[in-house]
Design a protein around this ligand. Structure first.
Ligand code: PMP
Length: 351
């Protein structure tokens, strides 16, 4: 019998499993972009290094002002944190109440159940559609008097589809304003379907909308841990109260500003990724026709019981992908030759 004063419910939370990293292997397991930092970023970090004996600007003023100007919102509506994963946790802490629930699609981002439990909320997981997207009607039906938030992951990690404007509109129209509608747009920059909504643009004025974005993916700063969210000022302020002081460090703030200044290059790189995505998904469907459409920088192989076996097969070939046991495998779009290696692995696995 253990006597440590540790919460019982923690043992039940699945651990966050990071994408594997092995030297020499092709790393297609964490949805990073395959290019180095954007131009100007390394210099900005080097310049900021001179000040690391000082605490950074806790209010992250310059970065928030720059984001606010770009998004056309007041800086008071933006909160920043140590990656959007930390901010999602803080948002759930900010809305937590005894018996409170959070509704989200499943399978989706593996941090949601962790963040929910840590925040003291019960997870209500609604199964994805057969096309691996959100079942919006079932999600709406799952909202009840204890619901504090509904999370929409668009595009959905790890399966790829994004929600349509009609689907998100229906959620907003169906739930009371006391329920936050959280749109996690970590992969927004990779969306190429022009009919799909931009969460800030379309829903920013809804009082219960919260949109999450990150510098980790398209902006190439995963290692520095910078995420942000846009919400009504009261919600952003509540989240800021929960954020650990100085959550975004000085080199990170400088790097994010430098990355924003290199937006053209970011867009050029994203275009390379999305054109590869089209090619790779088409080729993967020749082997596995059930590969769903994707608007992110990864695609989903619904291999079911063979998911882990395929990941091991890839690893033997020096390629790291991300298996979800019994369900499927998420593969990040990399450089053309890396994608060719994955396609070859898929063909040899199926043969
Ligand atoms: N949301 C989604 C859907 C993600 O896939 C990720 C990263 N895997 C995050 C949020 C968190 O990203 P970060 O903490 O690096 O900003």
């Amino acid at each position: 019998m253990t006597t440590e004063p540790i919460r019982d419910d923690l043992a039940a939370i699945p651990r966050y499993v990071p994408g594997k990293a092995l030297p020499q292997a092709l790393k297609l397991s964490s949805n990073e972009v395959p290019y180095g930092p954007l131009p100007g970023v390394a210099d900005a970090i080097a310049a900021a290094a001179a000040d690391v004996h000082r605490y950074p600007d806790m209010g992250v003023a310059r970065l928030r002002d720059e984001l606010a100007a770009r998004l056309g919102v007041d800086a008071g509506r933006i909160a920043t944190g140590t990656g959007s994963v930390a901010l999602i946790g803080h948002l759930l802490q900010a809305v937590s109440s005894p018996g409170g629930e959070v509704v989200y699609s499943w399978r989706s981002f593996e941090a949601y159940p962790i963040a929910a439990t840590v925040a003291g909320l019960r997870s209500v997981q609604v199964p994805n559609t057969p096309e691996h997207g959100h079942d919006v009607d079932a999600m709406i039906a799952a909202v009840g008097p204890n619901t504090r938030a509904v999370i929409l992951c668009s595009p959905n990690n790890p399966t790829g589809p994004a929600l349509t404007a009609d689907e998100i509109d229906r959620v907003f129209d169906a739930v009371p304003e006391s329920v936050l509608v959280v749109i996690d747009e970590a992969y927004r920059e990779f969306v190429t379907d022009p009919s799909l909504p931009d969460g800030v643009e379309r829903y920013g004025d809804r009082p219960n909308a919260v949109v999450f974005r990150t510098f980790s993916k398209a902006w190439g700063l995963a290692g520095l841990r910078i995420g942000y969210m846009v919400a009504r000022p009261e919600v952003a302020d509540a989240v800021r109260r929960c954020v650990i002081p100085f959550a975004v460090n000085g080199p990170g703030q400088a790097a994010a500003l430098a990355a924003l200044a290199a937006e053209d290059e970011m867009r050029r790189r994203v275009a390379l990724v999305t054109s590869e995505r089209k090619r790779v998904v088409e080729a993967a469907r020749d082997v596995l026709p059930e590969v769903p459409q994707t608007q992110a920088n990864f695609f989903w192989l619904p291999l079911g019981a063979r998911a882990v076996e395929f990941a091991s097969h890839c690893e033997k070939l020096g390629i790291l992908v991300r298996p979800f046991a019994g369900d499927g495998v998420r593969v990040t779009i990399g450089l053309p030759e890396e994608n060719d290696a994955v396609l070859e692995a898929l063909r040899s696995f199926a043969a």
